[in-house]
Ligand binder design. Structure first.
Ligand code: NAP
Length: 438
């Protein structure tokens, strides 16, 4: 399928100027989106591939992408255990909507770039992603990833479109982009996304100096089969491998500033306590914050409620997965609750409640977000929609067809770059891999 990318060179140029122009970027992108990309794509959808298609997050992609106006699933890949089988046989479908017939009949491909489409939604374990994602990027694919493998690499954007879309410019700093047009973009860990969406409007208006967060995280965050039922029923597990470190580092990168082709993390102090609780979907977080002095006067409850209510940075862009109200306030004193609130905004909104003064810091509140929708598959889809709207989903210099010399060279370069970045990751910018964390 041939695409004319929504030609948004000027949007990208503006993006280079930094986050201060994000509102302007959005206004210009809206123009391109409405009159070029989105309308064309609706007639002719972007073929996308799913790497890790049989897993918890892979299944969510399939569920959420059914009838998506921009993206059409064209390729599914998983481990050697699954490849060569029809998807319906390889995957143990765990979701509460039926597996689409067309997908059930598709054959699971080996996890190799040959034959894969140019946009890959990736959801494999970090250790596997560290090896695999650079190969796809080197072969000219836009790898839009859920894994933690490259989130903290300096030239890899870690993005929530409502929060820091301008950081997407970092893809231009990646070696694959220059060689083959491919790149890696990541979304944060499932517990970080909800926290950062609730904090962004507050940070923007008032500044934040200190964050204290305690999570109660759903079992689906650990993939399938996840925590053994004997360990989690009638219980709370006060440890999730590497989760606290991820929340602490990712939050500050997401709220940081893009300057001179790198992100300066927000200079705030953050401590996280992460717990696994017997809930299927939906992470709940209790947050206390000490504010900065951007406003020049004491911040009231009404100020914070207004910051959340007026936070609509993607309004008018018409991105199909962008919730109209990204941070939804619940005034009831026993909310948010996972069972009752996780599907707000089709699972893409964060619900906040119980805002009250904190005796130790300034304010405290509770938030809830759907960990496999907003915290995983939906986050990748929204990143892809944003990339499409900026004209970055079609690589400018695609490699030759699979099997050609140039293609093989790109794959070799990918291996070399993977080795380099893996060294960086283990040298302190990433996290140790683990199968029980997101
Ligand atoms: N669950 C969440 O809420 C969440 C949230 C944010 C981020 N994440 C991240 O998303 C990623 C996937 O999580 P998940 O919960 O979906 O895990 P999962 O349920 O364990 O699924 C893992 C997927 O990876 C595939 N896979 C395993 N080994 C492979 C290999 N060598 N080559 C290719 N594919 C391979 C599996 O295929 P087979 O079926 O063939 O084994 C399966 O499709 C992880 O990095 C996780 O940290 C998860």
């Amino acid at each position: 399928m041939a695409f004319q990318a929504p030609s948004a060179r000027s949007v990208c140029a503006i993006l280079r100027l930094g986050e201060g122009f994000q509102g302007f970027v959005i206004a210009v992108a809206k123009h391109f989106l409405l009159y070029t990309g989105m309308f064309k794509a609706m007639r002719n959808r972007y073929p996308i591939g799913i790497l890790g298609a049989t897993g918890m997050v892979g299944q969510r992609y399939i569920q959420l992408l059914e009838e998506h106006p921009l993206f059409e699933i064209a390729w599914l890949a998983a481990s050697d255990r699954s490849s060569g089988k029809p998807y319906g046989e390889a995957a143990k479908w765990r979701l509460d909507t039926p597996l689409p017939e067309r997908i059930a009949r598709m054959t699971v491909s080996p996890a190799e770039p040959d034959g894969a489409p140019k946009a890959i939604f990736a959801s494999v374990d970090a250790a596997i992603a560290r090896e695999m994602e650079p190969k796809f990027a080197a072969a000219g694919c836009a790898v839009i990833s859920n894994s933690s493998a490259f989130r903290m690499a300096p030239n890899v954007p870690l993005v929530i479109p409502e929060v820091n879309a301008a950081h997407l410019h970092l893809i231009e700093e990646q070696p694959w982009r220059k060689e083959s047009g491919g790149y890696i973009v990541t979304n944060p860990n499932c517990s970080t996304i909800g926290l950062v969406m609730a904090l962004k409007p507050i940070e923007e208006r008032f500044g934040i100096e200190t964050i204290f967060v305690t999570t109660m995280q759903a079992v689906s965050g650990a993939g399938y089969p996840g925590v053994a039922s004997m360990d989690i029923l009638d219980n709370v597990v006060p440890f999730i491998g590497s989760e606290e470190e991820k929340m602490e580092a990712e939050t500050l990168k997401l709220l940081g500033e893009l300057k001179n082709q790198s992100v300066t993390p927000l200079p705030a102090r953050l401590t996280a306590h992460c717990n696994r609780v017997p809930v299927i979907d939906g992470h709940t977080e209790c947050v206390s914050i000490k504010l900065g002095n951007k406003l020049g006067r004491a911040v009231t409850r009404e100020d914070i409620l207004a910051a959340w209510a007026e936070f609509k940075p993607l309004a008018g862009l018409e991105l199909p997965f962008a919730p109209g109200q990204p941070v939804e306030w619940s005034a009831l004193n026993d909310r948010p609750q996972p069972r009752l609130d996780r599907n707000r905004g089709k699972g893409m909104a964060v619900t906040v409640g119980r805002l009250r003064p904190c005796n130790v810091l300034d304010w405290k509140f509770v938030l809830l977000s759907h960990n496999t929708v907003r915290g995983a598959a939906g986050a990748t889809i929204l990143n892809a929609e944003m990339l499409a709207s900026l004209g970055k989903l079609e690589p400018p210099a695609p490699p030759d067809r699979p099997g050609s010399l140039k293609h093989k060279r790109a794959v070799e370069i990918g291996d070399a770059v993977a080795a380099g970045i893996s060294a960086l990751v283990t040298g302190g910018v990433g996290f140790p891999g683990g199968t029980d964390v997101c």
